[in-house]
Write a protein that binds this ligand. Structure first.
Ligand SMILES: O=C(O)c1ccccc1NCC(=O)[C@H](O)[C@H](O)COP(=O)(O)O
Length: 246
């Protein structure tokens, strides 16, 4: 499944123009938003996954407004269209409803997709270590050059070392295995303190379904990315509050 998503993303990247205007502004405040909040909840606008629809019903702008009202420190917006039901236009829509900094969540594999991310209004981009391999440092540098905060996603100690060798200030630990989709909640507990010891912000990602799940990472991770549990909630504002008011 992940290989098909990567191939589709490469095809999308190849269709983009090589340059976009407005790619050299200073990095926007995604980092500051996480550093200033405890717990820093990154609420994710997520409509589907390889497992099927999440059940989210509000359109992206209204969903984002509820998440902001519930106290989210920042937002993540899935823009991948083939499996996750996303679209790059969601970022602009979300930005019309909230001032919160926004992470573009996608399988980014082409340099033009980084410049595009800035152009469509993102403040940060997800760079997946497993997907980018040896290209990771170049994508980190390109993100900073485009005025974007790179957030590297890792799954193990080897990828952690590759991430800290770059200048990235935020490193996410995905508890979900991208190939098997199985969640291992101990990943973020184990790797979070190690990332902290390098002076970076560790973000626990995936499988955080209830406030108690977040509690296990307190003190070990600095931020918490929550998709399905908030996006699919009947009342996304209250669902966000429940995580923020831990
Ligand atoms: O969500 C999935 O099942 C998934 C499968 C394969 C690759 C990526 C996947 N999700 C992307 C994400 O990063 C999650 O949306 C994010 O971590 C939030 O996860 P959750 O809170 O469990 O919805």
């Amino acid at each position: 499944m992940i290989d098909a998503i990567i191939a589709a993303s490469l095809r999308r990247g190849e269709l983009l123009p090589e340059t976009f205007p407005d790619t050299r502004d200073p990095v926007r405040p995604f980092y500051d938003a996480l550093a200033a909040s405890d717990p820093a909840v990154i609420a994710e606008v997520k409509y589907a996954s390889p497992s099927g629809p999440t059940g989210a019903t509000l359109p992206p702008g209204l969903l984002a407004r509820e998440m902001a009202a519930g106290g989210a420190a920042a937002l993540s917006v899935l823009t991948e269209p083939t499996v996750f039901g996303g679209d790059p236009s969601f970022i602009r829509e979300v930005k019309r409803y909230t001032d919160l900094p926004v992470l573009r969540k996608d399988i980014l594999v082409h340099p033009a997709q980084i410049a595009e991310s800035r152009h469509i209004g993102a403040d940060a981009v997800l760079l997946i270590a497993m997907v980018l391999g040896d290209d990771l440092p170049a994508f980190v540098n390109h993100s900073f050059a485009c005025g974007l905060e790179p957030v590297i996603e890792i799954a193990d100690e080897v990828e952690l070392q590759a991430a800290v060798a770059t200048g990235a200030r935020i490193i996410g630990i995905n508890n979900r295995d991208l190939r098997t989709l199985v969640i291992d909640p101990d990943r973020a507990s184990r790797l979070g303190p190690l990332i902290r010891s390098y002076g970076r912000i560790p973000v626990a990602m995936s499988g955080i379904m209830a406030p108690d799940d977040l509690r296990r990472y307190r003190g070990r991770c600095g931020a918490f990315l929550i998709g399905t549990a908030i996006s699919s909630a009947e009342d996304p504002k209250s669902a966000t509050e429940a995580f923020v008011c831990m």
